[in-house]
Design a protein around this ligand. Structure first.
Ligand code: NAD
Ligand code: LMR
Length: 326
C-alpha cells in the first residue's frame, strides 16, 4: 500500500458528489493501492446534509479511506491536499446557458483559488467541475499565485465520453474501440466535438458516417447533451459527471496509456493558434502525472471555424469576469 494522499471535494453534499465521493473512496480514481484522506467542503446550510453523507461513507467501511474531514472552511478543506475536485457551485436550470452562472459562481472560485494557493501542496492537481467550468478554472488559477497554471484544469471529459458513446452507437462498436476523438474549446454549446482523426475498430470514423450526420446530428447532440439531460431528469447530469471527473483525474494521475482524452487546460503558448490565457480543451495524452497536448494535427477550414467560435465565447466570458482575474 502507498502512503495516503489528500483529496478535497467541494460541494460535497450535492448531487455529483453523492456519486463522486464514493467512487473516489472505492479506489476508482487513484487505484486500488492508493489510500485517500477525503477533505470535504460545503457551505454552512448544507453541513447537516454533509453529515448524512459522512455517515453513509463510514457505513461503506471502504478499505482505502484513511480519514475524512468535513468542513465549511476552504482553508481547512484544502490543507496539504494533493488533488482538488471543485464541484461546489450552482447548477443551471432549464432554458439557461452555463455562462448564465458566471455571476452566481465566479466569486466562489476567487475565494477557493486563494485558499488553494495558501494551503494546498504546491503541485496540487485541480479539476474544476462547477459551471461554467473553463472560466471558473481561469478565475481559480488567477487567484492562486502559488499554483502551477498547468495544474488547474476544467472538466471536458463528460463531453469527450458523450462523443465516444455517440460514435460507438452509430458505428455499431463499443466505446472502448473508439479512439482519437477530440472535443475542443469550452464546456458549453459552442464546444467542437471533432471526428477528424477518430477511428472506430481501427477505421476512420469519417469513412463510416456521413458529413450530414456529423454536422446535423453528432455535433449538436454532444453540444446539447447537458440541456437534454436537464429536460429529461429535471436536474443536471450527476452520475455521468462524477464518472467523467474520476476518468479525468485517473488518466492525469496514472496515465492515459497513449489514448487521447479531452481536458480543459491553460492555453499558454497559443497551442493550435488559440488565444493564450484561456482554459481551453485540446486533445491530450497523459503520462507520468503530466498532460501533454497532441501536436501537429492538421486542422481543416471547418474545424478552424468551429475552434474560433468556441474561442470567441471563452474570450467574452473572460472579459465578463475581468474583476475576478485582475
Ligand atoms: P448541486 O446543487 O446538487 O450541488 C452543489 C453543492 O455545492 C451544493 O450542496 C451546495 O451547497 C454546494 N456549494 C455551493 N457553494 C459552495 C461553496 N462556495 N463551497 C462549497 N460548496 C458549495 O449541484 P451538482 O448537480 O452537484 O452540480 C455542481 C456543479 O457542477 C454545477 O455548477 C453544475 O452545473 C456543474 N456540472 C459540471 C459538469 C461538467 O461537465 N463540467 C457536469 C455536470 C455538472
Ligand atoms: C452537463 O454537461 O451535463 C453539465 O454541464 C450540466 C449542464 O448544465 O449542462
Amino acid at each position: 500500500m502507498k502512503a495516503p494522499v489528500r483529496v478535497a471535494v467541494t460541494g460535497a453534499a450535492g448531487q455529483i458528489s453523492y456519486s463522486l465521493i464514493f467512487r473516489i473512496a472505492s479506489g476508482s480514481m487513484l487505484g486500488p493501492d492508493q489510500p485517500v484522506i477525503l477533505q470535504l467542503l460545503e457551505i454552512p446550510p448544507a453541513m447537516g446534509a454533509l453529515q448524512g453523507v459522512l455517515m453513509e461513507l463510514n457505513d461503506c467501511a471502504f478499505p482505502l479511506v484513511a480519514g475524512v474531514i468535513a468542513t465549511d472552511d476552504p482553508n481547512v478543506a484544502f490543507k496539504d491536499i494533493d488533488f482538488a475536485l471543485l464541484v461546489g457551485s450552482r447548477p443551471r436550470g432549464p432554458g439557461m446557458e452555463r455562462s448564465d452562472l458566471l455571476n452566481a459562481n465566479g466569486a466562489i472560485f476567487t475565494v477557493q483559488g486563494k485558499a488553494l494557493s495558501d494551503n494546498a501542496k504546491p503541485n496540487v492537481r485541480v479539476l474544476v467541475v462547477g459551471n461554467p467550468a473553463n472560466t471558473n478554472a481561469l478565475i481559480c488559477l488567477k487567484n492562486a499565485p502559488k499554483l502551477n497554471p498547468r495544474n488547474v484544469t476544467a472538466m471536458m471529459r463528460l463531453d469527450h465520453n458523450r462523443a465516444m458513446s455517440q460514435i460507438a452507437e452509430k458505428t455499431g462498436t463499443h466505446s472502448t474501440k473508439v479512439e482519437k476523438v477530440v472535443v475542443w474549446g469550452n464546456h458549453s454549446s459552442t464546444q467542437y466535438p471533432d471526428i477528424s482523426y477518430a477511428t472506430a475498430d481501427g477505421k476512420a470514423v469519417k469513412s463510416l458516417v456521413t458529413d450530414e450526420w456529423n454536422k446535423n446530428e453528432f455535433i449538436p447532440t454532444v453540444q446539447q447533451r447537458g440541456a437534454a439531460i436537464i429536460k429529461a431528469r429535471g436536474a443536471s447530469s450527476a452520475a455521468s459527471a462524477a464518472s467523467a471527473a474520476v476518468d479525468h483525474m485517473r488518466n492525469w494521475a496514472l496515465g492515459s496509456n497513449g489514448q487521447w482524452v479531452s481536458m480543459g487546460v491553460y492555453s499558454k503558448g497559443n497551442p493550435y493558434g488559440v488565444d493564450q490565457d484561456l482554459i481551453f480543451a485540446f486533445p491530450i495524452t497523459c503520462e507520468n502525472g503530466e498532460w501533454k497536448i497532441v501536436e501537429g494535427l492538421e486542422i481543416s477550414d471547418y474545424s478552424r471555424e468551429m475552434i474560433k467560435k468556441t474561442e470567441a465565447e471563452l474570450q467574452s466570458e473572460r472579459a465578463a469576469v475581468a474583476d475576478h482575474i485582475k
